[in-house]
Write a protein that binds this ligand. Structure first.
Ligand code: ARG
Length: 282
């Protein structure tokens, strides 16, 4: 099973990420079940963990750009929530929580200043890659806690990609990217491969996922609880939380290379590696 000779060769592709250092990181409000404002957060440690995540991406040969963090926006480190970029088209964000609303404009401005011309700001609540996952063919779109179902149709129009709506049902997995990630995008010769935690989805959405991705890696409750599905894959290397050893083992059996990072401080806000990482697809 784990005989190296029988493993499919996984080919990494260079990625372009946008991240935001957690200089003003804190847990000052609770907008998901992971956040407890009475529990102390080590801001220094959060910055260090974030820097290691960024350096892990750079070490894998990826490009990382940084947005300037803003005081008073403690969740701005979760850059994945602020834009979805496919073929150089940018779909911005509209946050559900008023505490995060101002983040969207800081990111929009970054894209304007960096020469992006096709930028759409959503009218419906849209927490970007928190709820939208690109498989290379389809945009998987979560709803139930944050992103409005109407935002899925808006995303389809703005980005010109087919959208598949999926319903999340467990408040701990309030964003799609806490319950599902894309391991490798579809190519002309191979379908996309994903990993997901079925129980985070409604029965109907579980059937949709099983139909679309019969070869998916299925995660269990323990994998999901440590934010193992909040992972970032380049097609070969999968950056995931250090606690996600069981999931990492199953990924390795499929030829992926786990890359562990410690995100213990960021998890206190309900975030992990993927939440910190907005992918720019040119
Ligand atoms: N505290 C943030 C929130 O609840 C965490 C966001 C995590 N981001 C993500 N892509 N799942 O909005």
């Amino acid at each position: 099973m784990t005989d190296a000779a029988t493993l499919p060769a996984r080919v990494p592709t260079p990625r372009h990420y946008l991240m935001c250092p957690p200089r003003y990181f804190a847990v000052e409000y609770a907008i998901n079940p992971w956040m407890d404002p009475s529990r102390p957060v080590d801001a220094e440690r959060a910055l260090d963990q974030w820097a290691r995540l960024r350096d892990a991406f750079r070490g894998l040969g990826h490009t990382v750009e940084e947005v300037e963090p803003q005081p008073g926006l403690p969740d701005m480190v979760f850059a994945a929530n602020s834009a979805t970029v496919i073929d150089g088209r940018v779909l911005g964000a509209r946050f559900r929580a008023p505490q995060r609303a101002a983040e969207a404009e800081h990111f929009r401005r970054w894209f304007v200043e960096h020469g992006y011309r096709d930028i759409t700001m959503p009218r419906q609540i849209n927490e970007a890659e928190g709820d939208l996952a690109w498989t290379g063919r389809l945009l998987l779109a979560g709803t139930g806690f944050r992103t409005d179902p109407g935002a899925h149709a808006e995303a389809q129009e703005a980005l010109g990609v087919p959208v598949v709506s999926l319903r999340l049902v467990d408040p701990r997995y309030y964003h799609l990217d806490t319950a599902l990630f894309v391991l490798s995008e579809a190519t002309d010769t191979a379908p996309a491969q994903i990993a997901y935690y079925p129980e985070a989805f409604s029965r109907g959405s579980q059937r949709v996922l099983a139909r679309l991705f019969p070869g998916a890696v299925l995660a269990d409750a323990a994998d999901a609880e440590c934010f193992g599905l909040n992972a970032v894959s380049d097609g070969r290397n999968v950056v995931l939380p250090v606690e996600a050893t069981a999931l990492a083992g199953r990924l390795a059996e499929r030829g992926y290379q786990p890359v562990f990072v410690d995100i213990s401080e960021l998890r206190k806000a309900g975030g992990g590696p993927k939440c910190c990482t907005c992918e720019i697809r040119k």
